[in-house]
Design a protein around this ligand. Structure first.
Ligand SMILES: C[S@@+](CC[C@H](N)C(=O)[O-])C[C@H]1O[C@@H](n2cnc3c(N)ncnc32)[C@H](O)[C@@H]1O
Length: 249
């Protein structure tokens, strides 16, 4: 069992999320457990969890005490190894490559902020800080759900067919190949012929070439850390010359 806890002022968000789709099935099959810890339940003063910032300025700041009590309660709820993650736009960018290491912990506790964020002293009570992108959301619940979603797919037996994980975008550093299903022609747009050929070797080669082509066109920076095979090197040169031709037109 993999345990997730979310420190959040909106337990209803987590309750809805944890019953949906693949995550919901994983909960139902006892592969994962997701609990919420609401700082309001740990607040001393009329369930108050925020206050004005020292030094002035707009908005409210989440008070440290209810957050720390929530984190402690979450940690005590599971006996195994634990990693506490603060969600903040100022954190390390979260990416696929971090999932395996995070799964080495039995329990992940996500701390979701609201308002202008959490009192800075929260840093003394968390192990990591992650951002889900260079933009600002209104709260940390969506980032927590996003991270759990990414992590859960990688837990054995969660996905019906584990091959789904093997060659998805970002798993081995480049993007996935294009997917098609019936009908073979839609409003004049045809499925590539090779996919209808039944020739598995040709399909395999076409797919790998398309993975490389779309990475080259859409996310060329990913190729800086990807080791090209001999065939892939030739395709790469071909894409470069096609691109140069396109630029001249
Ligand atoms: C409005 S934001 C606070 C932003 C903060 N004042 C700043 O500029 O860094 C409120 C909460 O949303 C969450 N949040 C917003 N954007 C995020 C992002 N890109 N990644 C992770 N968490 C985010 C954090 O939990 C944060 O405490």
């Amino acid at each position: 069992m993999q345990y997730f806890s979310i420190v959040s002022l909106f337990p209803e968000f987590v309750e809805t999320y944890k019953h949906m789709g693949v995550v919901g099935k994983a909960v139902g099959n006892h592969l994962i457990d997701i609990k919420t810890f609401n700082p309001r339940d740990f607040a001393e003063n009329e369930r108050r969890v925020d206050d004005a910032p020292y030094g002035g300025g707009p908005g409210m700041v989440m008070m440290i005490e209810p957050i720390v009590k929530s984190i402690r309660c979450a940690k005590e709820s599971v006996a195994g190894s634990c990693c506490v993650i603060n969600l903040t736009p100022q954190g390390v960018p979260f990416r696929q490559g971090l999932v395996e290491e995070l799964l080495s912990f039995e329990h992940l506790v996500f701390v979701s902020g609201r308002y202008e964020g959490i009192d800075e002293r929260v840093q003394h009570y968390v192990d990591r800080e992650y951002s889900v992108g260079d933009f600002i959301l209104t709260g940390g619940e969506i980032p927590a759900a996003l991270m759990i979603d990414v992590i859960v797919r990688n837990i054995p037996h969660v996905l019906g067919d584990p091959r789904s994980l093997e060659r998805e975008s970002h798993t081995d550093g480049i993007l996935d190949y294009p997917q098609y299903t019936r009908p073979s022609i839609f409003e004049g747009n045809e499925v590539p012929e090779v996919l209808l050929s039944g020739n598995h070797k040709d399909i395999e080669v076409w797919r790998q070439k398309e993975r490389l082509r779309r990475t080259f066109l859409r996310r060329p920076e990913l190729l800086e850390n990807y080791n090209l095979t001999e065939d892939e090197n030739k395709w790469f040169d071909q894409f470069c010359s096609e691109n140069d031709e396109g630029m001249k037109d």
